[in-house]
Design a protein around this ligand. Sequence first.
Ligand code: PGA
Length: 233
Amino acid sequence: MERLIIANWKMNPKNLKAAFVLAGSVKRYLKDVRGVRVVICPPFPYLAVVARQLKHSSLELGAQDASWEPSGPHTGQISLPMLKALGCGFVILGHSELRAQSGETDAMVNRKVHATLKAGLVPIVCVENAVQLIKDLRGVPRSSYAKIRVVYEPSWAISTAKGAKPADPKEVRRMVQKLDTIASPAVFLYGGSVSSKNAGAFLKKGMVQGFLVGQASLRPREFANLVKKAIFG
Ligand code: PGA
């Protein structure tokens, strides 16, 4: 069974040098760790430098968003071919912060899922409920579902949300069971205030194969402990 941990750095750290140092520390802490795929998703301007740092390591690279257009008059957008050329194998799509702050709709996420699969990258589709997932996967052939990773990430559980707390693993299990009826055999992850302390409970009770990690992915030692938890429980 695949174990997958996605580090979502969001708009951090503050500068290029810090990004290079952070990627280096994560690489060092996870040097001998096997049996898990770890994907680092830095902000776009850091992708090249993080790619350089991750070379000759088992850590993989991902992006936090992408345009569904391959090129053209789309000011401020980043295309999937550009991301692929930088070494990205994964793209986070439909994150609740993008939905809330940039007006990303399910129709947009849906176009991005189609484009990402077509470009040969792995879509990491973030949803809060079953209706979103149905809309985000509209028109995607069932034969492609195995290539998709679905994150159940309730926005209220994201560490930076007001009064955030991680979801109850039993609730995650119920929701993932529901999502599974829609997107099986996709791989399911959980996101929202995941730490090395609570990761084990989700893997046992949550029916998930890994995590989307925000805050904890910025602290290399804590992140490495979390990754080890995902392997050894
Ligand atoms: P968090 O963020 O781990 O800081 O809660 C997760 C995310 O938003 O991807």
